[in-house]
Design a protein around this ligand. Structure first.
Ligand SMILES: NC(=O)c1ccc[n+]([C@@H]2O[C@H](COP(=O)([O-])OP(=O)(O)OC[C@H]3O[C@@H](n4cnc5c(N)ncnc54)[C@H](OP(=O)(O)O)[C@@H]3O)[C@@H](O)[C@H]2O)c1
Length: 213
C-alpha cells in the first residue's frame, strides 16, 4: 500500500519504520526535506521516500497525520483537495496546559482535523499510547494482543486501518464513530498521567479480553 506521512518525528518516524517493515511503500510529505526529523528517519530506513506534501498525499492511499496538534490546520488546509476521499489517520492529540484536554473537552481534535480536510475519511488511531510502542507493538500474551482503540465514520476506511493495525501486531478495537475521538483523547491523557507523571512503564497498554462465545 502507498502510505504518506505528514509529520515524521517520534510518532510519524516510528510508524513509518513499522509500516515499511510490514511491506508498505512510505513517503514522507515534508515541508522541509532537510529538517532534522526527516533526515534522521531516512538515515534509519533508507527505503522511505521524501516528497512535497502535495506529491506524497496525491500518490497515497492512506495518509498519516503526525504533526503537533497546533500545526494541524496549517498542515492540512493547503492539501484539502488532494485529501478528498483519502483515508486520513489522525495520530494527533490536543494536550493542553496541566495535562488537560487542549480544546477544553468541548470538541475533539479529530473534529478540527476533519474540518481542515472536509473530504478526507478520518480515522483516529495510534494515539492512546506513547511513541515507544509504535515501531514495535508490545508482544501478545498468549492469545491476548495489545489493543489499539480507534474510531471513525467511514466503515471501509476503518477496515483498512484495522488491517494495518493487525499487520503491526495490534488487536484493532473499533470504538465507533468519530464522535468517540474525544473519549480516546481522554484515554491519552490518562495514559500520559499514568506514565509520564506517575512513572508507570511506557509500554503500559490496554487489551480486550477475548469474548466467550
Ligand atoms: N510523542 C508521543 O508519545 C505521542 C503519542 C501519541 C500521539 N502523539 C501525537 O502525535 C503528534 C506528533 O507527536 P511527536 O511526538 O511525533 O512530535 P515531534 O516528534 O515533534 O514531530 C512532529 C513532526 O511534525 C512536523 N511538523 C511540525 N510542524 C509542522 C507543520 N506546520 N506542517 C507540517 N509538519 C510539521 C515536524 O517536522 P520538522 O522536523 O520539520 O519540524 C516533525 O516531523 C502530536 O500531535 C502528538 O500529540 C504523540
Amino acid at each position: 500500500m502507498q502510505i504518506a506521512f505528514l509529520g515524521a518525528g517520534q510518532v510519524g518516524g516510528a510508524l513509518a519504520v513499522a509500516l515499511v517493515r510490514a511491506g508498505h511503500a512510505v513517503t514522507v510529505g515534508a515541508r522541509d526535506a532537510a529538517s532534522k526529523s526527516v533526515r534522521e528517519l531516512v538515515a534509519r530506513e533508507r527505503s522511505i521516500a521524501v516528497a512535497t506534501p502535495e506529491a506524497a498525499v496525491q500518490a497515497a492511499e492512506v495518509v498519516f497525520l503526525a504533526t503537533p496538534f497546533a500545526a494541524v490546520t496549517e498542515a492540512l488546509a493547503p492539501l484539502a483537495s488532494q485529501l478528498a476521499g483519502k483515508i486520513l489517520v489522525d495520530c494527533t492529540n490536543p494536550v493542553g496546559a496541566g495535562l488537560t484536554h487542549g480544546l477544553k473537552s468541548e470538541r475533539s481534535g479529530s473534529e478540527v482535523v476533519q474540518a481542515a480536510a472536509p473530504g478526507a475519511r478520518v480515522v483516529k488511531a495510534f494515539t492512546i499510547y506513547g511513541f515507544e510502542n509504535f515501531e514495535r507493538a508490545p508482544a501478545a500474551v498468549g492469545i491476548v494482543r495489545p489493543g489499539m482503540f480507534f474510531c471513525g465514520n467511514d466503515a471501509a476506511a476503518k477496515s483498512t486501518v484495522a488491517t494495518l493495525l493487525t499487520e503491526l501486531g495490534w488487536d484493532p478495537v473499533d470504538v465507533g464513530g468519530l464522535a468517540q475521538a474525544l473519549h480516546l483523547e481522554h484515554m491519552t491523557l490518562l495514559w500520559i498521567r499514568m506514565v509520564r507523571v506517575g512513572g508507570a512503564s511506557a509500554h503500559t497498554v490496554w487489551s480486550r479480553l477475548p469474548t466467550r462465545v
